[in-house]
Design a binder for this molecule. Sequence first.
Ligand code: SAH
Length: 218
Amino acid sequence: MTDEAASTAERKMQFLYALRSKGVTDKRVLEAMESVDRGPFITGLFSERAYEDMPLPIACGQTISQPSVVGLMTQALEITPRDKVLEIGTGSGYQAAILSKLARRVYTIDRHRRLVHEARTIFQNLDLVNITAITGDGSYGLAEQAPFDRIIVTAAAEDPPGPLLAQLKEGGIMVLPVGQSDAVQHLIRVRKTATGLEYDEMRSVRFVPLLEGLGKDG
Ligand code: SAH
C-alpha cells in the first residue's frame, strides 16, 4: 500500500470510529456514510478538515453539519429503501447524499440558489441520480411531491413548520432541530400516527436558523 492509501484508510477508520463512539450504530447508516466521501462537499481552506467530526463553514455563510449529527439524524429517520424523503436545507449537499444511499428518492430545498447549483454539480459527479435539488423557501415544503415518508430539516426553527407536518405521511417520521435561540436547540423526532403526532427529544445541537424567503442570491 502507498503512504497515501494507508493514510486514507486510516482517516476513514477514524471517521467511522468517531461516528460509532457518538452513538451512530445503525449498520446501513454507517455503510452509507462510509460510501460518501465528505471531501467533495467542502472546498477551500477547510477541505483538509473534511474527515474530522466537526461542522465547517461553506459558501453563503452557512455550515456543513458535523458528521456525527448527520449520522444521528439519519439514524433517527429509520429510512427504508422505498421511502421518499424531503430535506430542508441542502447546504453543501452532504446530508442529501447520505439520504440518497438509503432512500428511493430525495428532494432537497435551499433558499440559496448558489448552494443548490453547487450541490447539483456534486450529485452529478457522484452519479447520485435519485436526488432533486430545488431553490425555494423550504418552510412551505414541496406540496407537489407530498406526502413524504420522511422529512429532515437541517436549520433550526422555533417550532416544526405547519406545512411540513401536513406533508408528512401517516406513519412518517420527521427529524429537526427546534429552539428559540442560537444557543438552546434540541433535535426532536416527530412521528405521525393515526391518532396524532408523537414527539421525542434527542440531544441538544446548534444549527443555523431557518429563515424566511430566498437568500440574496436566490
Ligand atoms: N444539510 C446541510 C447543512 C445545512 S446548513 C449539509 O449537509 O451541508 C442549513 C441550510 O439551511 C443553509 O444552507 C440555509 O441556506 C438553509 N436554509 C435556511 N432557511 C431555509 C429555508 N427557509 N428554506 C430552505 N433552506 C433554508
